[in-house]
Design a protein. Sequence first.
Length: 767
Amino acid sequence: MSKITAFLVFLASGLGSASKLPPAFSVPPSDAVDHVNALIGNGGDTPNGSGGMIPSTAPPFAMTRWVAQTQKNYVSVTPYNHTSSSIHGFQGTHQPAIWMGESAQVVVVPGVGEVKSSFEERGLEFNNATKVISPSYYCVELDSGSETIILAEQSATSRVGHLRFTFPISKEAYVLLEATRPTVITSTPTNITYPVGSIAIDPARREITGSNSERQDWIITPTSTAANASHFRGYFCARFDLPFAEWGVVQNGSAVTGATAGDGSLLSGYARFSPGTRTVNVRVGVSFISVDQARRNLDAEIPDDVPLEETARRTRAAWAEKLDRITLEGASEADKEVFYTAFFHSLQYPYEQDEDGFYYSAYDNQVHEGQSYTGYSIWDTFRAEWAWLILFAPERVPAMITSMLQDYQQSGWLPMWKNIVETNIMVGTHADSLIAEAVVKGVKGFDMDLAWEAAYKDATVPPENDGNTTYSDREENVGYEVRAGLSSVYAEKGWVANDVHSESASRTLDYAYDDYALYRLAVALGKPANIVTMLHDRAMTAPFTIFNNATGFMEARDASGAWAGPDEGWTEGDKWAYTFDVVHDIPALALHRGGNASFIRSLDEHFDGGHNDHSNEPSHHIPYLYALAGAASKTQERVREIAQANYNNTPTGLSGNEDCGQMSAWYLFSALGFYPVNPASGEYVVGSPFFDKVTVNLPAVGSPVIRHEQIATGAEIQFEMSEVPEAWGNEQDGETLCLPSWLMLVMRTPPPSMCLEKTSSFPHGRS
């Protein structure tokens, strides 16, 4: 029997590469960054068609991403699609996911001859064969007519876009800044609205500044005054490196030459340059605070006389510092593109909202001192993306949690899906899980008392009008959704009533997991025994109040206790996916389905029957459940099948939509050989690594489970894989699982016992 050895090496020390970077204007070497294919996930024409990602340039977690604009973006449409043939400008976007709305966008448009401001008229065909796309630099040739070409180049820092246009020498060149445009709101994509804004031109400063009120998700924000955010504005300051030969304001298609200011809708400003001008540089600082702050951001991040090459070098170095932390051996070129693009996707959200040590809160319309983040797709990202950030961006995590706590202080609740402010999208209060997982994994640097207060409120205080508000998906004119149904039946009987609330069965299971996360947090923080017991008991009993023994599936129930039917009460999933969604007590779930052997057969039926939908998150943990029921080899087989079917290095190589990094986080963890099935437990279930050797440079096992602390301080994991299933991880009976000699876990610190006792309440019962 042959053995295949795979190595996964965790190094506790940093890369130390900053001091070895090449001098300015040269490209920092990085095999990882070179293998980012930013077009992966840009195929399809629907939110779940293929990724919903764009080939943007910006550093990790950037406040603003810059992208060539090929189409008007709104909910379900991105600003760039690889099938397009024309570019209509270069957009600073704050759209965090394809199915969320844009906020405070700004577009820079190069042109020659007559100034064209409307989206349709200003489009220029581009040459796909000559474009260059990378995380730090974008370049494309635009056909400006009469066989002349505009060369457009783009890079960016977190709050500043850097663009350079090389014009045909025989043409009169101009650059237009679009401040306001027609847009659409969330629930009615055919209903055109007209955000208002301002434009101002200062020829002496070579600046065009402006603002707009665009926020496409405004209609689904909670109704409380604090969350209305009608006062929100985005600001920009564009500074050019050449004097203006002419300038003007364009409103609703009419240009006024020499005008220096304008207000209202359909508003742009432009600057024309002297005949013969070849190259124009423009840097665009953005802000949620003010035009002055946008100008300060510009001066701080890309000062005058910094060439675009230097901006691109710095941004590339920022990506290399992260992506070079993982090196692959035994991976094909296509494998590397899939892996490093996933890594690239995983470090984009949530994105920075603070500027120069301050941030604007749309909850209270005030500027506060501190750091802030937005773009939290928490229903998706609590599953694996958050665990990935804790491993690879731990320096960011305390501020991300602090940002959520600031949202709580200013709005009354932790965020569920924050896009500038709360949007009430999805179900469950999984910020509870984010906080608990961070505490369990030893993250510090945030207010633990305030975190407990905020999370415990989620578990004990129902939303307003809880007894008579459906809180359906994207429901308008309602208050904060939080745990809708908490007061109707859940707190007393254990389920959310289907005849009162939408998505009731999904809510029941999500609330139970969130209670488990809070139980873990309560234990970690030494909270009173009665609170610990209450949370534990709710977490362990609630899921099985909706388990129908007659059918063997989870099913929604009405307030009376009557079954509502197997197809009722789900969100982005069905009875198949959600019946396996008791991640915090898989042994109990297995018992309800007849024991481990029967549970494994039900998993086979799930996969073989075509019920697994990896394009949506409720299915992500399911292949790893085999390992927790004594069939680890089946986990390994299913994980590889899913990876091959749902990920490749083409524009359509990402199923579903990225969901702010969760789709990629599943692949990344799976490629390394383990996955956080129950995030708040601090444990990872072992799968099968995809490559011969993976070396992971991190900032400074008995069953198929790895604990976070075993790798966080440095470890070497050696997988010896056989061609057929081995006994390890495939025992369905017995009391003890011991680490076999051929799975080596080499610790930088003394390891725990290599034998882990099974308990009936695994994993919450394990010390």
